[in-house]
Design a binder for this molecule. Structure first.
Ligand code: 2AM
Length: 492
């Protein structure tokens, strides 16, 4: 009988679940399938999985648990939210110490933090795994980002790493960290995806409205870029999108209503960054840019009511400007990922995770929307220095961004003169200039806060005086009126 036990169980036979089962089966693992609506188990066994010796089915939770080798490993691929808790509850009576429940759905990370704690308290193990790459990825190799109970990793490592996409022979799956870190990293992955897409859309706008290039010409530019530092899935599909014409020969993209939708993961990343006080400005701008795009009717009215600058035809060196734009996109992308990893640093502190930074970049190398050659350089940076404070301190990225800087500034300046909105490029450059500024005008903000609200401030060492003592919350009576009572202590 034991020879017939499955290596892993999977609950949730929608397309993602079915494809992941077929993928794991292809990699030599025996999988037991279960679904709430049990007729779908039979449908699956009689169709997609027909004749597949590595796929078996169960018609109850009890039967599923009986058909799994120990420790049991059960992946849930069901709707995020109550369905996950409901299955965990149904599974518990049939599980033993050390068994592992894996949630591969789109759960929000605080739920995964809670579930890890609750299951560990009962002697069970929990893994919340980001799964990226959609249906295609699930079938042929997704990016897998598992985090949760560290003791679960040795038991699932082989299945996960073999099932995942491979980039240059390395699996796009590694252990992320504790608690809800797997789903957290997936959320930030989606936020970064928003940023990458916005940067590419801005480059398209500059080429189209600024330089007056046709979609076919822009496609050639993206094709060239895809052979250099920007080599990535999103650049590649953008090229293909620009080449796709309607029956009348017009590029389809020019016929698509310019209102971008969103499902919320970019917004979650931005909200979390705000909660942690972390300057993840590029993802924030990418989310807001979609919001601005969505108020189309208002924009149409504004476009008629409000004049912008006179748009002069570009008189500079066009090829030079296109090369500048490539560098601007590259530098902005470096900033976006640097911001993302700063967020990981702060989240690790806040939630008590040991995050595998180099591993995270490797997990995104293949199988997912943001896959790119660029990520290999991030992995290298963290391999050189696991405790790297910021990507911008790594020699490779430091020199890349320094080299890109002149072109980047020319693009931002020219687009501003043209009146073409490039919020993601602009915020990246402003962040860069703020990050490398020893002195910022926040002194004035503190003075203002103290003036109107007696919020106090701290004095720069070396600038202290009788009136301005060091290492204390200082309040100044700016107007000569009012008192010397401060409103609150100073929290930076
Ligand atoms: P179903 O086929 O029985 O509807 C994607 O929707 C997957 O999540 C499906 O396998 C679906 O099961 C499952 N699912 C959705 N909501 C669920 C719920 N409340 N309880 C259990 N499974 C659910």
């Amino acid at each position: 009988m034991s020879g017939e036990l499955a290596n892993i169980g999977l609950i949730g036979l929608a397309v993602m679940g079915q494809n992941l089962i077929l993928n794991m089966a292809d990699k030599g693992f025996k999988v037991c399938a279960y679904n709430r609506t049990t007729s779908k188990v039979d449908d699956f066994l009689n169709n997609e999985a027909k004749g597949n010796a590595n796929v078996i089915g169960a018609h109850s939770i009890k039967e599923l648990c009986e058909k799994l080798e120990r420790p049991r490993k059960i992946i849930l691929l069901v709707k995020a939210g109550p369905a996950v808790d409901s299955f965990i509850e149904q599974l518990e009576p049939f599980l033993e110490k050390g068994d592992i429940i894996i949630d591969g759905g789109n759960s929000h990370y605080p739920d995964s933090i809670r579930r890890t704690k609750e299951l560990e308290a009962k002697g069970l193990l929990f893994v919340g795994s980001g799964v990226s790459g959609g249906e295609e990825g699930a079938r042929h190799g997704p990016s897998l980002m598992p985090g949760g109970s560290p003791a679960a990793w040795p038991a699932i490592k082989e299945i996960f790493q073999k099932t995942a996409a491979q980039a240059l022979g390395e699996p796009c799956c590694d252990w992320v960290g504790e608690g809800g870190s797997g789903h957290y990293v997936k959320m930030v992955h989606n936020g970064i995806e928003y940023g990458d897409m916005q940067l590419i859309a801005e480059a398209y706008d500059i080429l189209k409205r600024g330089l007056g290039c046709h979609e076919s010409e822009i496609a050639e530019i993206f094709d060239r870029w895809n052979k250099g530092v920007l080599d990535s899935f999103l650049i590649e599909i953008t090229r293909d999108i620009l080449r796709k014409n309607d029956d009348d020969g017009e590029p389809i993209v020019t016929k698509i209503l310019d209102k971008a939708g969103q499902k919320g993961t970019g917004k979650w990343t931005a909200i979390n960054a705000l909660d942690l006080g972390c300057p993840v400005t590029l993802i924030g701008e990418a989310v807001f840019a979609r919001c601005l795009s969505a108020i189309k009717d208002e924009r149409v009215r504004a476009s008629k009511a409000i004049a912008g600058p006179e748009r002069e035809t570009f008189s500079g060196n066009k090829q030079q400007f296109i090369d500048d734009l490539e560098q601007a996109l590259y530098a902005s992308k470096i900033i976006s990922y640097a911001q993302g990893f700063i967020l990981f640093r702060e989240a690790a502190k806040e939630y008590g995770w040991n995050l595998n930074n180099g591993g995270i970049a490797q997990m995104w190398r293949g199988g997912c929307i943001i896959k790119s050659v660029f990520l290999a350089d991030i992995t290298k940076a963290f391999q050189k220095d696991a405790k790297l404070e910021s990507l911008l301190f790594d020699d490779f990225f430091k020199s890349a961004i320094e080299k890109a800087q002149p072109g980047w500034r020319r693009v931002v300046a020219q687009s501003t003169l043209w009146g073409i909105p490039i919020p993601a490029h602009t915020t990246a450059l402003s962040f860069f200039d703020g990050y490398r500024s020893e002195q910022l005008p926040a002194s004035l903000i503190q003075a203002q806060r103290d003036y109107f609200g007696a919020h106090t401030f701290r004095v720069i060492p070396g600038k202290e005086s009788e009136k301005l003592p060091l290492d204390q919350d200082v309040h100044v009576n700016w107007t000569g009126r009012g008192g010397n009572v401060s409103a609150s202590t100073y929290n930076a």
